[in-house]
Design a protein around this ligand. Structure first.
Ligand SMILES: [Zn+2]
Ligand SMILES: [Zn+2]
Length: 146
């Protein structure tokens, strides 16, 4: 489920690649497209499973490297801190996550009041905050029913 997700478009992607002198290979395009079409913040392994049919020579390492490059040039974000495989997010607009602790699903949602959360002074004086992401955890609808 993605609520009104405004993702980076393919045009944005092309432009960013050009800006960073990253050549647009069919592999890179395929990897990016998998992410664009995914709604569940896939891991590198999941991305790899999706593209390997079309590109049998592609290795998981290449997928990892490509995803790292994508996050460096700012077309995807790494969703950190869940203690498992890194997950990737093509939605670069400010949004928040609900993570199910049972099935590990990550659901996007938007909430203006969360975007504007006041930064506590103790943090504000020490660091520069570039974006705010609220992560809610609990049990998703499907798991509650299950
Ligand atoms: Zn769940
Ligand atoms: Zn997200």
């Amino acid at each position: 489920m993605r609520l009104k997700g405004k993702k980076t478009t393919l045009d944005d992607f092309r432009r960013k690649c050009r800006e960073h002198n990253l050549s647009m290979t069919p592999q890179r395009l395929a990897i990016y497209q998998v992410l664009m079409n995914a709604t569940d913040h896939p891991s590198a392994e999941q991305v790899f499973q999706e593209v390997k049919t079309a590109f049998p020579d592609l290795s998981i390492d290449t997928v990892y490297r490509t995803l790292a490059t994508f996050s460096q040039i700012g077309v995807i974000r790494v969703v950190e801190g869940y203690g498992q495989a890194k997950r990737y997010d093509p939605d670069m607009e400010s949004h928040h996550h609900f993570r199910c602790t049972e099935c590990d699903r990550i659901v996007d949602f938007r909430e203006k009041s969360f975007d504007n959360l006041p930064i506590p002074a103790i943090i504000k004086n020490q660091v520069v905050v570039s974006h705010v992401k609220v992560i809610l955890e609990g049990v998703c609808e499907q798991c509650r029913k299950g």
